[in-house]
Design a protein around this ligand. Structure first.
Ligand SMILES: [Zn+2]
Length: 141
């Protein structure tokens, strides 16, 4: 088991039901692992410590084939290990998490994404250089 930070393991960022169903390995390169670790250090671990409860990752790394299968945009930062989707029990929790990230973390994009059926999650990304601190509070997918 590869540990990225105190509360996050690599396995949480590469598991995927879709990848399993299609027998896709979704194996990250060392560069991707390093990027995932950076994302944990900059955003996810500080959020975890502040929230004081488990932060569940819906989707982390996606190899190009997996990204296509799940309908990700071709430029998706999930393909470089720079992005993760955080599962939310409800909208209010998402708003609290978003506020914390906005005020305390260095990030590239923070998107509050939701489907028409009401499922919502936070997409957050972080790069080593050129982070845009771009927040979009309402992205319909
Ligand atoms: Zn995402």
């Amino acid at each position: 088991m590869i540990q990225l930070t105190k509360h996050f393991y690599l396995s949480e960022f590469i598991r995927s039901g879709v990848a399993q169903a299609h027998s896709i390995g979704n194996t990250p390169s060392l560069e991707v692992v390093s990027n995932l670790q950076y994302l944990c250090q900059q955003v996810l671990e500080p959020l975890r410590l502040w929230a004081d409860c488990p932060i569940v990752i819906n989707s982390g790394y996606r190899c190009p084939e997996l990204n296509r299968l799940v309908g990700g945009v071709p430029s998706s930062q999930h393909q470089t290990g720079e992005a993760a989707d955080i599962r939310l029990p409800d909208k209010a929790t998402g708003q609290r998490y978003a506020e914390f990230i906005l005020e305390n973390c260095r990030f590239d994009q923070l998107l509050f994404e939701r489907t028409s059926s009401g499922t919502c999650w936070l997409h957050v990304s972080c790069k080593r250089k050129g982070n845009r601190q771009m927040f979009r509070p309402n992205v319909k997918v």
